[in-house]
Design a binder for this molecule. Structure first.
Ligand code: 5AD
Ligand code: SF4
Length: 447
């Protein structure tokens, strides 16, 4: 193994979803052979990559304000005789590459989510031709083949992209435009990557895809893939995200009841509890269908923790529609959830709909929804107090002598215990529940 100090400093800032977290790690893997080592301070870095999110307006605007700061750093470095290359990657790069170049001249290159394997080439070209500004977007299926087979691993959990893109065209969403159509990686490639991860000490993988349960690689759907991954030596826990209710097939539901490694936690966004709004969103299902689906899933795996995304203030949403959302939440009972105010995205069908909802109305609805979801999360956390649960120890805790891990239901658990347990799954008695986490004590197994 070569351990020479990296010659160049790379700073990557990641916005948005877990897919971007995976992509950022892979960008670092692509750049490592060129001598780039990670730094967590952009000041003075040789290469700054902003891996961006376009899903809501706020996320997009953050990128432009960050670029303003980075530009000043680039100026300071130039004054000191150095150079800093600024790259914008991810979904904003895909959706508005030219706009980025126009609004922020300090940016050297923009690269979409399907093209980041081209970074070395783009950087080399940018260095050769000072002043040349470059952009690359769709390169479709080539990306995964071009990425290094090896992965740099830093912990005992890892993300693993198995599917990309979306064909669902929810009327509020930019993803089908920024990430393209649904595409699944071949199962053999995924298994090979999983084996690399397991060999490096990863015990838990989270399979990623914009519509991960639409996975249709050569493994027999996501259920088949999960079963194959469960057989990989050392991989003890499997999770997946994000799923669409329409792709939640029988085989996958059955896997939840049968595959021990498949963790009892499911993020299954519904967005709204009103059929009228679901129709306007083009979700392709009703509230009733979603509720029945969860009943089926719970029949297969009774302790499954449900998670969700909601949008409040979709165009045309009346009080009665919002009440239907609250009712759906009450009926399902969530362990965790994310809720967002509708954000009008240029080019999406919903942006042209009449009945855009006033921001004060959205604020009030969001507050009410969050209060309900919060109560449910607290109730869920309390429900595991007194039980003994297997916890995967992931890292040292906040204080010396503490360690932190996750329950099967994805709750963070703080425990007094030695760091040598990191990477092990140990029985923990859950003593108390706080707002977003649990505390527990090690159950010492009698020899
Ligand atoms: N406005 C608000 N929230 C959105 N989401 C997607 N598009 C929008 C939008 N235009 C939310 C959805 C999705 C999550 C990733 O982001 O709830 O599930
Ligand atoms: Fe966006 Fe809908 Fe596709 Fe999810 S299913 S990525 S919300 S279009």
């Amino acid at each position: 193994m070569t351990t020479s100090a990296p010659a160049k400093r790379l700073y990557i800032k990641t916005y948005g979803c877990q897919m971007n977290v995976y992509d950022s790690e892979r960008m670092a893997d692509v750049l490592r052979p060129l001598g780039y080592g990670m730094t967590d301070d952009p000041e003075g870095a040789d290469l700054v990559v902003l891996n961006t999110c376009h899903i809501r307006e706020k996320a997009t605007e953050k990128v432009y304000s960050e670029l303003g700061q980075i530009k000043l750093m680039k100026g300071r470095k130039a004054k000191a005789g150095g150079t800093m290359t600024i790259a914008v990657a991810g979904c904003v790069a895909q959706a508005e590459g030219e706009e980025i170049m126009r609004r922020q001249p300090a940016v050297d290159l923009v690269v979409g989510p399907q093209a980041y394997h081209l970074l070395p080439e783009l950087i080399a070209r940018a260095h050769r031709a000072t002043g040349e500004r470059l952009s690359a977007d769709f390169a479709a299926d080539e990306k995964f083949d071009a990425l290094p087979k090896d992965r740099h691993v830093t912990g005992v959990t890892a993300f693993l992209t198995v599917q990309e893109g979306c064909d669902k065209f929810c009327t509020f969403c930019v993803v089908p435009y920024t990430r393209g159509g649904e595409w699944s990686r071949p199962a053999g490639d995924i298994l090979a990557e999983a084996r690399v991860l397991a060999a490096k000490g990863v015990r838990e993988v989270t399979l990623l895809g914009q519509n991960v349960n639409a996975y249709d690689g050569d493994a027999g759907g996501l259920a088949g893939l999960v079963r194959q991954l469960a057989a990989v030596e050392g991989l003890d826990r499997i999770r997946y995200t994000t799923s669409h209710p329409r792709d939640m097939d029988e085989a996958l539901i059955a896997a939840h009841g049968e595959v021990e490694a498949l963790m009892p936690y499911l993020h299954l966004p519904v967005q709204s509890g009103s059929d009228r709004i679901l129709k306007a969103m083009n979700r392709g299902h009703t509230a009733e269908h979603y509720i029945r689906l969860i009943e089926t899933i719970r029949a297969a795996r009774p302790d499954i923790a449900m998670s969700c995304d909601f949008i409040v203030g979709f165009p045309g949403e009346r009080d009665s529609d919002f009440e239907a959302t609250l009712n759906l939440v009450r009926e399902v009972g969530y362990a965790s959830a994310f809720s967002f105010k509708y954000s009008r995205r240029p080019g999406t069908p919903a942006s042209a709909l009449p009945g855009q909802v006033a921001v004060e109305v959205m604020d009030e609805r969001l507050q009410r929804l969050n209060a309900l979801l919060q109560t449910q999360q607290e109730a869920f956390n309390r429900s595991v107090v007194g039980r003994t649960a297997p916890v995967l120890i992931e890292k040292p805790g906040r204080n010396p002598g503490q360690i932190g891990g996750r329950s099967p239901w994805l709750q963070p658990v703080h425990i007094d215990g030695p760091e040598r347990l990191i990477g092990q799954i140990v029985p923990v008695c859950i003593d108390a529940a706080a707002r977003g986490s649990l505390s527990g004590s090690l159950v010492l197994e009698t020899a």
